[in-house]
Design a protein around this ligand. Structure first.
Ligand SMILES: Cc1cc2nc3c(=O)[nH]c(=O)nc-3n(C[C@H](O)[C@H](O)[C@H](O)COP(=O)(O)O)c2cc1C
Length: 322
């Protein structure tokens, strides 16, 4: 399965520059990384707190794709040029964000019911785009039928990739993925098509892959945050004899990197808690593990709790309870 490519999905508040750097330092198997979405690029200069996310075009040799959430072609071009100047070769347009405060303004997945708006933006944008341009979208916002009207629009432009999260916006992250609709579009997409949604284990990957044999690029999200070895396992890369030891090292390195980045502010524990809300699911008692981590309010209690978790609970990888 060496020809398959696996991408790490963007997660606002989790897959930061720090996460991407430490993750790729410890784990193999990921071929592409994405920043969480940028928005409100009103000026040519990105504020320092955000520009750190564009500090590296690669992490340990893995390419980073900056992402923008916008409905303003000029803003997107400004972002593309800023990224081009920093050495990035591609940007990604977020047409998938489902949160009502975004979607109600016809942004993210909220734009999917309006193909004419997508057309207008791409018409203005694409002739001037200085880098490769890909899109991450859902099947629709209100209905999975919406993608049918979008595909002819997308097909008019040289998109480098189309990543489709097989849900509609209204579902948020709940309910089943809609493989039937994904199947209907799989052969109709002009650009390379990437599947995203609910790949939590190597078995789930295999069953979806069997259904879509024409797809060889896959984006992994919560399944990877839960089990960082998921890409390696899918690709058949051998795991260390004691995976739990490497998970521990990863968790510690991430924690100290965040403390360093945040000048030892307690906020670094909150960032770790976001990550633990997924990682806890790979232990044999996720509720207990996350319950303990969630309560930590100081560096000492966090460190003691992490020691206890690794001593007391078994690490199950993708085989934990969900
Ligand atoms: C907390 C959270 C933050 C997210 N942030 C982003 C984001 O910034 N950009 C984006 O395109 N998708 C974002 N997503 C969606 C994921 O990238 C991914 O598409 C989604 O989780 C489905 O994939 P999965 O089932 O493999 O997790 C986010 C999802 C969650 C739960």
């Amino acid at each position: 399965m060496n020809d398959i490519q696996l991408y790490l999905a963007p997660f606002q508040g989790i897959t930061s520059n720090v996460y991407r750097e430490i993750y790729t330092q410890h784990f193999d198997g990921i071929d592409k990384l994405f920043t969480a979405f940028f928005s409100s690029i009103h000026k040519w200069k990105i504020p320092p707190a955000k520009s750190i996310e564009l500090a590296q075009t690669h992490h340990h040799g893995v390419r980073v794709i900056p992402q923008i959430l916008s409905k303003d072609a000029d803003e997107m071009l400004r972002f593309a040029q800023i990224c081009a100047d920093k050495g990035f070769e591609e940007i990604n347009w977020n047409l998938g964000c489902p949160f009502p405060r975004v979607a109600h303004k016809k942004r993210g997945s909220g734009m999917l019911p309006y193909p004419e708006m997508v057309q207008e933006i791409l018409d203005r944008l694409m002739p001037c785009m200085p880098v490769k341009f890909s899109i991450k979208c859902r099947l629709g916002y209100e209905s999975p039928e919406e993608i049918q009207a979008l595909l002819p629009v997308f097909a008019q432009f040289p998109l480098s990739e189309l990543i489709v999260h097989a849900r509609i916006g209204k579902q948020l992250y709940k309910g089943p993925v809609d493989l039937t609709t994904f199947e209907k579009i799989a052969d109709k997409v002009a650009s390379p098509l990437i599947y995203n949604g609910d790949i939590f284990s190597p078995d789930e990957f295999l069953s979806i892959q069997q259904r879509f044999q024409q797809i060889n690029r896959w984006m992994l999200g919560r399944g990877l945050l839960t089990n960082p070895f998921l890409p390696a396992t899918i690709k058949g890369i051998p795991l260390p004899e004691e995976p739990k030891i490497l998970i521990r090292k990863f968790v510690d390195d991430l924690y100290f990197a965040y403390r360093h980045k945040m000048n030892d502010r307690l906020q670094s524990i909150n960032v770790m808690k976001e990550m633990w809300s997924y990682l806890a699911l790979s232990f044999d008692n996720p509720t207990k593990v996350f319950g303990k981590i969630k309560k930590c309010k100081s560096f000492d209690t966090y460190e003691d709790t992490v020691n206890l978790v690794f001593e007391k609970y078994q690490w199950m990888g993708s085989g934990g309870k969900r």
